[in-house]
Design a protein around this ligand. Structure first.
Ligand code: URP
Ligand code: ZN
Ligand code: ZN
Length: 473
């Protein structure tokens, strides 16, 4: 299989240039001019940006959560991701105290292996770092290439870990070369505030936000940072929403701590008032941490621009409004937490970020693809356009306009949290390891064609993770 992509403008995290790309057997084999295209299918990318495929570091597909299961599985979720320009995801594998880690990972392979249409890896969620788990962990990191672990400091009585568990996980991660991802909210304080609000008769969705104040996120972020530093380990703070947390991360990085942060499209584009929508529509915007006051959006954009936050995860965790979100009709604390963003993550970052001058074109690639590949042990196989890299490529029309709607999206969920939003720029064709998955906006991929990604250990190969691109578009 040979393909030649010609006449396009290649954009990476550091460069923008016109050249052709020759693909052979899943890989990029040459980048340049007048390449020998004998026997190659020629793809004309005139007027297009040629981006590396997006890497989404944060998805929850087919995951049991909040007494139900997320509505997108590895088939629908990865098809939607591909339509949106994402060619690799790292999904959260849930471990439970009744199973070994090996069994938990096996369960996730069974969910994914015959379904995914793009490449995928797993993070491992740890809720009880008991002796058996800590003993098994290094083997799983080595044998499965699962080089990132997730701890929740919220969701009391479901996933919440105590500080000892968090600290032990940092110590093990340091020894085994894994990155620790932490959901930073103070679950005990939230539990108290939720119980109090319900006792006072407050059942509406807005109380989801009012019982999870930004200080609860800031406190937990600071705690995770200090425990990480005590263990001399490495921390990735997931879904940062507010100044309280973003500032803690910036301060830690200024001290040289090994701390990185992710935000999500929802926190850049939506705000707390969405939870006040009438007729229980506010439930469509219930996820954790919650949406914040609007001014936080500028804090997050500025943190991305300044390189204080490095990545954009979708936190894809879709629940239908009918049937699932409705479970919390009379009690906001029973609304399943999560929203659908896997499909629009890439294009809204371009439209709202690059088109509106908030980030540069190179920063867009860095945030949507490269940094996640570097942090999660996939670079340079993924996350860039370079000779030897997988031919994961998005042909992107930067001027195409569309309106986001549940009527036209491909996620298996009955609403869009971004309904009606106008977006400029759209992925037209998407290749995974040199094969079309999306061709001229049509899905042409094959169920189960996605490959499992065994990932490198944290910073194995001395990848320069903190590069903040300076090339202006
Ligand atoms: O509400 C959310 N974010 N659901 C997914 C689980 C998590 O906390 O990441
Ligand atoms: Zn979380
Ligand atoms: Zn999540």
């Amino acid at each position: 299989m040979r393909k030649l992509i010609t006449n396009g403008t290649i954009v990476t995290a550091t460069d923008k240039f016109e050249a052709d790309i020759l693909i052979e057997d899943e890989k990029i084999v040459q980048i340049g001019y007048d390449l020998n295209s004998d026997g190659a299918e020629v793809i004309d990318a005139t007027g297009m940006y040629v981006f590396p495929g997006g890497v989404d570091p944060h998805t929850h597909l087919d995951m049991p959560f909040n007494n139900t299961v997320t509505d997108d599985d590895f088939e629908t979720g990865t098809i939607a991701a591909a339509y949106g320009g994402t060619t690799s995801i790292v999904d959260f594998c849930l471990s439970t105290p009744d199973k070994t880690l090996k069994e938990a990972v096996q369960t996730w392979h069974e969910k994914a292996d015959d379904k995914a249409v793009i490449d995928y890896g797993f993070h491992l969620m740890i809720n009880d770092a008991n002796d058996a788990v800590l003993e098994e962990l290094p083997q799983i990191i080595d044998s499965e290439g699962i080089t990132s672990l997730k701890i929740f400091l919220a969701y009391k009585k479901e996933f919440q870990a105590d500080d000892k568990t968090l600290f032990k996980t940092f110590v093990t991660a340091k020894e085994s070369g894994a990155l620790v991802m932490v959901h930073c909210e103070n679950g005990d304080v939230i539990d108290y505030l939720v119980t109090k609000a319900l006792a006072e008769g407050h059942t509406e969705p807005i109380y989801h936000a009012l019982t999870r104040p930004p200080q609860a996120e800031g406190e937990a972020t600071g705690r995770a940072i200090e425990l990480c530093a005590m263990a001399d380990a490495q921390l990735y703070v997931v879904h940062v929403t507010c100044a309280e947390a973003a500032n803690k991360i910036a301060e830690a990085r200024a001290k040289g701590y090994k701390v990185w942060g992710e935000t999500c499209p929802q926190y850049l584009l939506l705000d707390q008032t969405d939870l006040e929508k009438a007729d229980f529509e506010g439930a469509k915007y219930v996820w954790s941490p919650p949406l914040r006051e609007k001014w936080n959006q500028d804090v997050l954009w500025n943190a991305l621009k300044a390189g204080q936050l490095q990545t954009l995860g979708s936190d894809q965790c879709s629940f239908n409004f009918n049937g699932k979100k409705q479970l919390g009709r009379n009690d906001f604390s029973k609304i399943p937490n999560g929203g659908p963003f896997i499909e629009d993550r890439f294009s809204v970052l371009y439209s709202e970020g690059v088109k509106k001058g908030r980030i540069t074109l190179n920063q867009f690639v860095d945030i949507v693809s490269t940094q996640a590949a570097k942090l999660f042990g996939l670079f340079p196989q993924k996350g860039t356009i370079a000779v030897g890299s997988d031919a994961d490529i998005v042909l992107f029309d930067p001027n195409k306009e569309r309106v986001i709607s549940a009527e036209t999206h491909h996620m298996n969920v009955d609403y869009s949290a971004l309904e009606g939003m106008k977006v400029v720029g759209e992925p037209i064709s998407v290749l995974v390891r040199g094969e079309y998955v999306i061709k001229d906006k049509q899905f042409v991929g094959k169920q189960g064609s996605g490959k499992y990604l065994k990932r490198k250990k944290f910073n194995q190969g001395e990848v320069e993770i903190d590069t903040v691109p300076t090339t202006l578009s």
